[in-house]
Ligand binder design. Structure first.
Ligand code: HEC
Length: 280
């Protein structure tokens, strides 16, 4: 089964050459090595284009995609999200009262490690924390209204640059290391790591799917997938990728997925926020 999955398997067969090693390195070292790996692997891709996933590395797919962006299927969600955002809770407060900068142009700040709370804060988690503080029921984390809200927030954050770092704090470093481990750990019946597909085999194919580079892999969430016919969060996508290799998905907003999102975002320093976006 495992042998069948990749059309291009050379690197896997000879052992992994991954840009970030298991030995102790600082997050800053990791970012440099991680990004350089992709710049070397895709010398013709402009650094700023990695935010476009597979559409950065294949011109035919890019052309089709740009066409579809003329009437993007996520547009209605942005409108719904804007309305939700501006509709006061029963107590008269709004999201703008809880979120930094009144909730405007903040997508690129997430997820980050909050040293006061001692944990990773995700945008979705903060939306629900805001709801809870205002006596509203939490929203589900994979799809639905939460993605309308994050689509609206992502849309008004377009062009802002990700610059999430790891504060000098033992707990932050531990969260970062956990995310890194999640990314490089082999799992599931097919015994594959995220990095096997999105690093080593990026640009190759898994069955009929072109594999995106991990650099910039989260810049555009939430994502409207044609397969889903709706928007989904990054954690929904992680779950799908886990299930594809017959591994159990972790729940959205679990520590595992929060740390994975954190690691990938730290690696994408300098990439522009460009959500929401459409993907196959
Ligand atoms: C068997 C190969 C495989 C593995 C292992 C895998 N993925 Fe994927 N992943 C895919 C394919 C195929 C797609 C769809 C094409 C693309 O965008 O790469 C995808 C898409 C994604 C996307 C969306 C990219 C975009 O531009 O919207 C993210 C994010 C992602 N994967 C993260 C992960 C993470 C994190 C892991 C580990 C938990 C993982 N993947 C493991 C094959 C894999």
């Amino acid at each position: 089964m495992r042998k069948l999955i990749f059309a291009v398997t050379t690197a896997l067969a000879v052992g992994l050459i991954t840009p970030v090693t298991a030995t102790a390195t600082t997050p800053q070292d990791d970012v440099k090595a991680f990004q350089q790996y992709f710049y070397d692997k895709f010398p013709n891709v402009k650094k700023g284009d990695f935010k476009d996933g597979v559409y950065a590395i294949n011109e035919d797919f890019r052309a089709q995609w740009l066409n579809s962006e003329e009437f993007p299927p996520y547009e209605e969600s942005i409108t719904k999200g804007e309305k939700m955002f501006n509709t006061p809770f029963a107590n008269g407060k709004t999201y703008a009262d809880c979120l930094p900068n009144g909730g405007k142009a903040i997508r690129q700040m997430y997820p980050y490690f909050d040293t006061a709370a001692g944990e990773i804060k995700t945008l979705e988690g903060e939306i629900n924390a805001c709801r809870k503080a205002n006596n509203e029921d939490p929203l589900k984390y994979k799809k639905g209204p939460i993605t309308d809200l994050t689509a609206y927030i992502a849309y008004n954050s377009r062009g802002k640059v990700f610059n999430v770092g790891v504060p000098n704090d033992e707990r932050a470093l531990a969260a970062y290391e956990q995310g890194k481990k999640q990314f490089y750990m082999k799992r599931g019946q097919l015994n594959l790591a995220c990095a096997d597909c999105h690093v080593t085999n990026a640009g190759g194919y898994a069955r009929s799917d072109l594999l995106s580079p991990a650099l910039g892999n989260l810049s555009h969430f939430p994502v409207y997938r044609l397969k889903w016919q709706e928007l989904g969060t990054a954690h929904r996508r992680f779950g799908g990728c886990n299930e594809n290799i017959r591994a159990k998905a972790f729940p959205p907003q679990s520590d595992e997925y929060k740390s994975l999102e954190y690691f990938l975002t730290v690696m994408s320093k300098g990439i522009e926020a460009n959500g929401p976006a459409t993907r196959k």
